[in-house]
Design a protein around this ligand. Structure first.
Ligand SMILES: *[C@@H]1O[C@H](CO)[C@@H](O)[C@H](O)[C@H]1NC(C)=O
Ligand SMILES: *[C@@H]1O[C@H](CO)[C@@H](O)[C@H](O)[C@H]1NC(C)=O
Ligand SMILES: *[C@@H]1O[C@H](CO)[C@@H](O)[C@H](O)[C@H]1NC(C)=O
Ligand SMILES: *[C@@H]1O[C@H](CO)[C@@H](O)[C@H](O)[C@H]1NC(C)=O
Length: 451
């Protein structure tokens, strides 16, 4: 301290102006922005002229005095009640950094206060923490801070501009909730957490975590958020779609249902035929017997084949074009049975079958002990035939199930998504999809639940 004062004294002699130097004033500002340099003065000097000068404070070094309010990029204001005069330096450049003096003009020796100005770039930071989430999901951005800032104001803003961050903060620790945002300050572990829910891809980008300081510049850390398109992670609306096996009868009309994700409403829908979905052929454009009817409210396509032919037995894929990676398609395996029976013949046959069954029962009752084994074999055959009928009926009902299911889709889907979130193993689920084409999201849903 003594050496500083003696240095100042030397300076005083050299300039023959400086009589005293109060404490050093540190001021910081951002490049391209403005900074205020405030200097106090003693009682009785209210009406004296004040000024700001640079370097050694020679005559050429005086930047502005209170006799002028504005000069170049400097402006000055003397608050006589508070006995503080403030010089504002605007459009700061890195060259402005350095030593300044606040001066009070007196007869003889002026009064000086030394000022040190620091100019920093208006961007942050050398590195940023990367955080990922996906559309409609949520994310927690964790912002650690030095424990000495426990009681300071915390905030977060978008972009990479520290100078305007507090002003444009999306949320601060003063106002802990703002729409989809929430800020929790955990002062014990010295970090605050900003939770954003209902993410959209627009939320992607750089964020600055800020801690406000009363003196000096605020402290920042950067976080880069990436919100992935939901399509690449969760095929939610397809959760109830499965590979279906249907059968029809030659010569009859046939209808099947293809559900699609609700947001695909405006997309072109298609039905194509072939064992492999990557090289199947579009049947609707090539064959007039096939018609597609889009039922937007239930998010499904009705596929009608006017007159079924034996050659229609094949694997079909219905889908809608969009950026869906998996679940772009619903697989339908259609088998076509020959129209052997006219309905009347069918009924007669059924009656006959019942008669035979009754006869067999009687026969069985009589000959049970003697020839039990042989009869029971016949029985099994009959049961198998019955079972087939039941299956073809249940196939028809399956179509209805899908309608109901696709309506529930969204809420179920949501929980699937959330589960992906928690497990954090979206990729492995995704791989499951890729390997077995037939296993759609409903399987993944079950798998996810088991975990
Ligand atoms: C400088 O002071 C003026 C007047 O008090 C104020 O409006 C302005 O925001 C201050 N600038 C900075 C960078 O603090
Ligand atoms: C930390 O937060 C708790 C609860 O808000 C508060 O009671 C406590 O005073 C805080 N501690 C410090 C050091 O600010
Ligand atoms: C269709 O693709 C599959 C596998 O991708 C391939 O095995 C098959 O030969 C292809 N068929 C035609 C007709 O190109
Ligand atoms: C889903 O559709 C997109 C765009 O049409 C395509 O790029 C992608 O390969 C499809 N996904 C599958 C699994 O076929």
């Amino acid at each position: 301290m003594w050496s500083l004062q003696s240095q100042l004294f030397t300076l005083c002699i050299a300039l023959s102006c400086v009589t005293s130097a109060a404490g050093l004033i540190h001021v910081s500002g951002y490049e391209g922005r403005e900074v205020n340099v405030s200097c106090g003065y003693g009682e009785g000097y209210e009406s004296y002229e004040k000024y700001l000068c640079k370097n050694d404070c020679g005559n050429d070094d005086v930047l502005i005095t209170t006799t002028e309010t504005k000069k170049n990029k400097y402006s000055i204001y003397d608050d006589k009640k508070k006995r503080v005069f403030t010089t504002t330096i605007s459009d700061l450049s890195l060259k402005d950094a350095g030593k300044y003096w606040c001066g009070v003009t007196r007869n003889g020796k002026d009064i000086y206060t030394e000022v040190k100005l620091e100019v920093v770039q208006d961007s942050c930071c050398d590195r940023s923490t990367k955080v990922q989430s996906h559309e409609t999901g949520s994310v927690s951005i964790s912002c650690p801070y030095d424990s000495k800032y426990q009681n300071n104001l915390k905030y977060i803003c978008r972009g990479n501009q520290p100078s305007t961050c507090l002003q444009q903060a999306t949320i601060t620790s003063d106002r802990k909730r703002n729409g989809e945002l929430r800020l929790d300050d955990d002062n014990e572990s010295s970090k605050f957490t900003v939770t954003i829910t209902g993410l959209t891809q627009k939320d992607s980008g750089l964020y600055l975590c800020g801690v406000h300081r009363s003196t000096g510049l605020d402290v920042f850390s950067a976080v880069e958020l990436e919100v992935k398109a939901q399509t690449s992670l969760c095929f939610t609306e397809w959760c109830c779609v499965k590979s279906k096996q249907l059968s029809g009868i030659v010569g009859r009309p046939f209808t099947m249902l293809c559900p699609y994700p609700p947001q695909h409403g405006d997309n072109r829908k298609f039905l194509c035929k072939g064992d492999h979905r990557n090289n199947c052929t579009d049947v609707v454009t090539s064959q007039s017997r096939f018609t597609l009817q889009d039922d937007v409210p239930s998010s499904s396509i009705w596929v009608t084949i006017t007159e079924l032919k034996a050659g229609d037995a094949a694997t079909y894929w219905c889908g809608s074009d969009s950026q869906w990676s998996v679940g772009n398609y619903t697989k339908i395996q259609l088998s076509v049975d020959a129209a052997l029976f006219h309905p009347v013949v069918f009924i007669v046959l059924a009656v006959l079958l019942i008669l035979i069954f009754a006869l067999v029962m009687v026969y069985k009752y009589k000959c049970y002990k003697a020839r039990g084994a042989g009869v029971s074999m016949n029985m099994n055959k009959t049961k198998a035939a019955e079972a087939e009928e039941v299956i073809s009926v249940s196939d028809i009902y399956e179509n209805q199930d899908v309608v109901a299911c696709s309506k529930q889709g969204t809420s179920k889907a949501q929980s699937t998504c959330n589960h992906y979130d928690d497990a954090g193993e979206d990729q492995s689920v995704y791989q499951n999809f890729d390997i077995t084409e037939e296993i759609y999201c409903n399987q993944a849903y079950t798998t996810a639940n088991k975990r």
